[in-house]
Design a protein around this ligand. Structure first.
Ligand code: CU
Length: 159
């Protein structure tokens, strides 16, 4: 090191190295800071401003890109009571994509007559939909988004 420092070219190289290291650190800090801000904004958007339910049982399931969210749980299980006057679920679409909810019904199969589909069937970005159902038989019923059937799923347990 000593020998290197004595040489003018060695000094220059060390100086450049120090500058490069400093620049890297500053760059990293700037990058990390930027990411944090973006992530915070996204999280705030997803969790804040709950939409007040229009009525019924007051259940709100938020739709994002691409997930269902209920009480902070993604692709949730939603417990409901068997029978009664039924359940009305509000479905605000807080994402940018179109979404919907389709409940498979008693046969646990999609795209047949006992399916229950959200109103409207296609809920656009920023739009509110809902879905109403009554389960007279205790059990676990699956639901999904028709547009993102692999990503957006969940279950309703009637008991
Ligand atoms: Cu979807």
């Amino acid at each position: 090191m000593r020998d290197l420092r004595d040489l003018p070219i060695g000094e220059m190289l060390l100086g450049m190295l120090a500058l490069a290291v400093a620049a890297t650190f500053i760059g990293v800090f700037l990058t990390v800071g930027g990411d944090d801000e973006e992530a915070g904004a996204e999280n705030g958007g997803a969790t804040s401003a709950p939409t007040s339910p229009a009525g019924g049982s007051g259940v709100t399931v938020t739709m994002g890109d691409n997930f269902f969210e209920y009480q902070g749980q993604r692709n949730p299980n939603i417990p409901v009571q068997v029978g009664g006057t039924g359940v009305l679920v509000d479905l605000p679409n807080e994402g940018r994509s179109i979404h919907n909810m389709r409940i498979a019904g008693l046969d646990n199969r999609y795209n047949n007559q006992d399916d229950i589909v959200s109103d409207p069937e296609t809920i656009r970005a920023g739009q509110n939909g809902n879905i109403a159902f009554t389960f007279g038989t205790p059990g676990t019923y699956t639901f999904r988004c028709d547009f993102h059937p692999d990503d957006m799923t969940g279950t309703i347990t009637a008991q």
